[in-house]
Design a binder for this molecule. Sequence first.
Ligand code: GLA
Length: 432
Amino acid sequence: MKKLNLITAVLFTALALMSCKGKSEKPAAQPAQSAQPEATGMAAAFMKSTEKTKAEEQQYEAALPEQKEPLYDAAARHGFKIGAVISYQSVQKSSYTDMIKADFNSITASNEFKAYSLLSQQLSMKSENKMPVMNYNQADKIAQFAQENGIGIRGHVLVWDAYMPVWFFKEGYKNDSEFVDSATMKKRLEYYIDEVVSHFETKFPGVVYCWDVVNEAVGDGPKEYKDGDARHVRTSRGGTTNYFYDVIGSDYVELAFKYARKAANKVNPKIKLFYNDYSTFYSPKREAIGQLISSINKDEKLCDGLGMQGYVGGYGQQAGCMSSNDINLFKNAINFYGNLGVEVHVTELALRNYDKSQAVKHEAFYENFFKMLGAINNENNYLTSVSIWGLTDNPGLPKTDYSYKMNGPYCGIFHYNLQKKPEFFRILKALE
Ligand code: GLA
């Protein structure tokens, strides 16, 4: 029976993980109408490598240190919440939700709060007031879990060009009609942001403690932003047009923040508004993001915080992983953003590792990374939340898989079957 439970847990975890895809430094350009996970049947193939005999289980557990407090208590001592990724699939699995409840006080939905998940084309096409219509079923399940267990949600994300369905920008919400004009698009965006922010706050008061208002609006190279733009606002992504920029204009980022501030003020002024991006600790992107934040907050404080997606290490390869220099860069960047007058969240932490034989180094890297995070608030209170997305190992992933490249198969603080890894205890040690 126990074995059956274990197998079930492994299968469920596999499905959950497939929905928690990682990201690339340059996310795929193709607009995916649905970023729902694809169950490929890989779960079955993984079972052999993760299943342990009872004796092995006991031996493994005996070798782990005793846990004296939940992760969230250890993190709270240093002034930040500790979060985890969740999906519609994983929120229905008690093995996963038990794990969250035990140690985390913040969650972020991998995809379910994004516009491409919430927007309904069918309903929008029939909309009487011509404004977009949303379907909250899956997102509400996640919000309900958070509410029932006193866990906060990072709302992720109101505006993100990647995977955005093009019909949202078109007349009558039809795939093949003309693009609407800028004024119409602004109205749609304002309405969308207002509806979404107010939906969650009204139905689940106080649960969403912050929103990523805009994600990844800073381009990676000169091809992705206009010449002379110090803010590097993204005009395209890997060759695909950024329709927010194209249809609304170069001020779409600050407009989104204005709309979000207005919407939050109506329902709960305590909701914090964030700008979220990747490679935030590398120059020149760091400086461009700094310019962007300063420009958004020029006249009034619209942006409360900066979300640093924490994909750390070589992309898709071991070279560049677990470099102490990255820990320094990360620390400098937290202070850099904090000095601009905003708080900082680490939003999608994945300390990459592609090589199982490097497990001991990975544990140590985890401890050092969290020592750095824990020490930040000794001097100031910049860091207020840290969310781990590379939560579990996924040893069976093929090298070509997006998640393999994004997170690395041995990035986890949990094994594939949700058993705690030494990394988990090294975080506790770092935050002691
Ligand atoms: C970005 C987004 C995340 C996720 C990853 C890809 O980092 O912010 O929500 O979609 O890409 O997995």
